[in-house]
Design a protein around this ligand. Structure first.
Ligand SMILES: C[C@H](OP(=O)(O)OC[C@@H](O)[C@@H](O)[C@@H](O)Cn1c2nc(=O)[nH]c(=O)c-2cc2ccc(O)cc21)C(=O)N[C@@H](CCC(=O)N[C@@H](CCC(=O)O)C(=O)O)C(=O)O
Length: 328
């Protein structure tokens, strides 16, 4: 099992560099930085992290082809790969509607847009002069003047919907799935497999990553409390099919949604119950978390990404994961 770590760049980048270096020293292999316009810039964060680390692979987890043209993403990834000595990975997904609404961007054909974007990004990174007349993506003789170090920069897709998962199986080197519970992978992996088989690929070529809400502490209850706020947002953003899969009380989720909209975090977090915590996070002592990681491995997960909050105390949690969970 590979381990990754996710950070939202919503705190000073110098702090992120410290945490990622600590994660690298504790055996984490991947660092994923989320990409939302309202947080610190993803590529500036990745640049600083690349300059402060030596081994950990790093990349956006995940960017999207709407806020930046695929050629700009290809240029950023080639630059990151050169700067990091060949450690860049590209995590790219369809982005989210709320963001595009606030930016006045039309969310055109996400599956097609992802497919075409990944195709042209790969061509640009391979040093080709690209003319492409797709349904969505158009290029006329575009080429990069910067070459990545890696012959083939791994491309991971952020995906949750069935078509997106199938597409990831067809074209991606990895899939980053925002989920923490084996039931979600029971549903997702057959779809990825279907896409892989349709493209004549084997599942061995695909790194299936659980992009999980994780909270680790020596005290289980402290870990549980720290997971509550993140789980509230996940529950509120989960489609009905996911709530049903986990038998989550829809009324309680509606209550959380309304409270979050009003900024009433006390009510929202107070409505988070154990079913939601089980469904949408991996929390507890290192031993608890090892057991949950083993269950995910049995489902076919090959990378576990420790996502927010990581633990009540990030530094302690990173060390606990490095010492007790990664080696297990
Ligand atoms: C578009 C959407 O795909 P989805 O994968 O479910 O999107 C949910 C999330 O994956 C998406 O919002 C991600 O960008 C969220 N996301 C992040 N989003 C961000 O904006 N920033 C992040 O940092 C981020 C991180 C992240 C990490 C892991 C992860 O799994 C997701 C992450 C969807 O609705 N898909 C459906 C429908 C697809 C569709 O639109 N089909 C249409 C059009 C077909 C076509 O496009 O050609 C049709 O059938 O007509 C499906 O897959 O079946």
């Amino acid at each position: 099992m590979k381990f990754g770590i996710e950070f939202v760049p919503n705190e000073p980048i110098q702090k992120l560099c410290y945490y990622v270096k600590l994660a690298e020293d504790n055996g984490f292999e991947y660092c994923w930085i989320t990409d939302h316009y309202n947080n610190r810039n993803v590529y500036m964060a990745l640049t600083a992290i690349a300059m402060n680390t030596n081994k950990i692979k790093l990349g956006p987890g995940v960017t999207n082809p709407y806020v930046r043209s695929p050629a700009i993403t290809a240029s950023a990834i080639a630059t990151l790969d050169e700067l990091s000595g060949g450690r860049a990975v590209l995590g790219i997904g369809p982005g989210d509607k709320a963001t595009f609404d606030s930016l006045g961007i039309e969310w055109v054909k996400p599956v097609t847009t992802l497919k075409e974007s990944i195709e042209v990004i790969r061509k640009l990174l391979a040093g080709e002069r690209v003319s492409f007349n797709g349904n969505v993506v158009k290029l006329a003789g575009a080429a990069l003047a910067v070459k990545p170090i890696q012959k083939k920069v791994p491309v991971y897709m952020g995906a949750q919907g069935p078509k997106m998962l199938e597409t990831a199986g067809m074209i991606a080197d990895g899939v980053l799935i925002n989920a923490s519970n084996p039931k979600d992978f029971e549903a997702a992996i057959p779809l990825i497999k279907k896409g892989a088989e349709a493209a004549g690929r084997s599942m061995d070529e695909i790194d299936v990553a659980a992009y999980a809400c994780m909270s680790v502490d020596k005290k289980a209850d402290k870990a549980k409390q720290a997971a509550v706020p993140v789980v509230a947002f996940i529950a509120a953003g989960s489609p009905p099919v996911v709530l049903e899969r986990h038998g989550i009380d829809v009324e309680k989720v509606e209550k959380i949604r309304e409270a979050l909209k009003k900024g009433d975090f006390g009510t929202a977090f107070g409505a988070v119950d154990d079913d939601m915590l089980e469904a949408f996070s991996i929390y507890g002592t290192p031993d608890d978390v090892v057991e949950k990681c083993k269950e995910l491995a049995k489902m076919g997960v090959t990378q576990i990404v420790a996502g927010s909050p990581i633990g009540p105390n990030k530094e302690t949690a990173i060390k606990l994961i490095g010492k007790n969970i990664i080696p297990a």
